[in-house]
Ligand binder design. Structure first.
Ligand code: SF4
Length: 215
């Protein structure tokens, strides 16, 4: 399918996603960019529910800034997040992240892609999550597992590499729709187009989906 055809298909998909998931939002709990960037790093290979369960009370009681985590130190922080997968490595990442925020950004989370991706442990996906959810940037594609799966099944992408997927989708999804498209495909992936058994019979995209009933 050519680019123009793809753009037409994506337009229909965007409209239907917006009709069905008008309020799709991030599933990590956060009150500010600091909380979201920490939780996003902790959520790698782990559920948002598990991160929220551990981190929401901690943000409320003691971790209000990078300084607070650094003051506690790695050992105490590791102890606090023990219920989260890969807590050892994640402790190292969060400590480095907090040190860098303190040293280079006066303890504040920067609001541009280059500065965010220079932070330890923060890739384009995490940076896009923060830019879209905390700083109102619309031109970000968040390449998570749901967006990858749903976009592939809908025939919108050909690549498997996250950077290439981001570039492919940026070519066909209008800039002001990119963040919402990301949030809403996430929701569709969670609720309907699930990894193992997609519910094609009840999917509002089935008439235009090349993967209908193929799984
Ligand atoms: S028709 Fe099936 S495979 Fe296609 S988007 Fe819907 S649930 Fe996913």
């Amino acid at each position: 399918m050519g680019k123009e055809e793809l753009k037409k298909r994506v337009k229909v998909i965007i409209k239907r996603l917006a009709d069905n998931y008008p309020d799709a939002k991030c599933h990590l709990d956060f009150k500010n960019p600091f909380e979201l960037i920490v939780s996003t790093v902790l959520a790698a290979q782990c559920t948002d529910v598990s991160v929220n369960k551990t981190m929401t009370p901690l943000y409320k009681s003691k971790y209000k800034s990078p300084k607070d985590i650094l003051k506690d130190g790695a050992d105490k922080f590791r102890d606090e997040i023990k219920s989260i997968n890969f807590y050892n490595n994640k402790t190292k990442s969060i400590i480095s992240l907090c040190e860098s925020l303190e040293k280079n950004h006066k303890g504040r989370v920067p609001d541009d892609m280059d500065s965010l991706t220079e932070l330890p442990g923060v890739g384009r996906k995490s940076a896009s999550v923060v830019l879209g959810n905390c700083f109102g940037k619309e031109d970000v594609i968040i390449v998570d597992t749901h967006l990858k799966r749903v976009s592939a099944r809908l025939g919108l992408i050909e690549n498997d590499n996250p950077d290439k997927i981001e570039a492919e989708l940026k070519e066909i999804v209008p800039e002001k729709e990119q963040f919402y498209f990301s949030m809403r495909t996430g929701e569709h992936g969670r609720l309907v187009c699930q990894a193992k058994k997609p519910k094609c019979g009840e999917c509002f995209l089935s008439d235009i989906c090349p993967s209908k009933n193929k799984f």
